[in-house]
Design a protein around this ligand. Sequence first.
Ligand code: NAD
Length: 261
Amino acid sequence: MAAQRSLNEKTALVTGGGSGIGRETVLKLADAGAEVVVFDRDEAGGRAVVKEVQANGGRAWLALGDVSNDADVKSAVAQALSETGALHVLFNNAGIFPDADGSPTQTPLDVWEQVIDVNLKGVFLGCRHGIPALLESGGGSIINTASFVAVVGAATSQIAYTASKGGVLSMTREIAVEYARQGIRANALCPGPVRTPLLEELLSEPEARARRMVHIPMGRLAEAEELADAVLYLASDDSSYVTGTTFMVDGGITSAYVTPE
Ligand code: NAD
């Protein structure tokens, strides 16, 4: 991705920018010259990444709030406009995967509602308030984080999560079609399993790890940085003819039927 074009004079809003994929993306966007508004409900995580960008000589701001709250999202977009005068990149990435989300018969209703609220309504609200700002700024790029489970069923059920990500995928396609002639591109980023402390803990037992790795042709988890590289591509003009895609960054999972040992 070394040939990536500069994002100088671009403004990006990153939801869930305080941790994981969002955090790595904030750092890379800022390195490429973008000014970044980090939207997160976790103040400590959000502040830390903003400080890191500033320490590296970049410009970033924290918008503290909840992506499932209409007023919070509206105010984060307004903050991007008031700090920088524009919005060009909207990365709707915040998401949750609670333990209690399981099979359709066992997932508590309040857990279903919470997941749909954050993962699906949160992306909708980002688009609802972000699209007018992108149009005002002469167009831009929307990247919505879905997941590989939006494309293939997972054997270990997380029904609300899977349904929410399927919704993100189809919503993104429709937005891409609707705004294609107005200078807005929209793509759904579909990560495979990313190496996070949580997943590392789940896979600490060798048998559990081997069971999971069998489904990943590359035989390893993704690094959050590898997802951030894909977001940078989708955010920049390098992907100027790319819209409406189900952008897989999954180590080959969704292409595999059986993976050779
Ligand atoms: P993470 O938990 O490391 O980071 C998520 C961030 O979002 C956190 O900073 C959290 O505070 C913030 N957040 C959560 N709910 C919020 C809300 N309601 N309002 C504002 N901020 C909120 O997660 P991650 O692994 O970086 O995941 C990022 C995205 O990638 C999610 O949408 C997730 O579903 C998706 N994804 C992750 C994986 C994986 O293996 N980690 C795989 C596929 C898809």
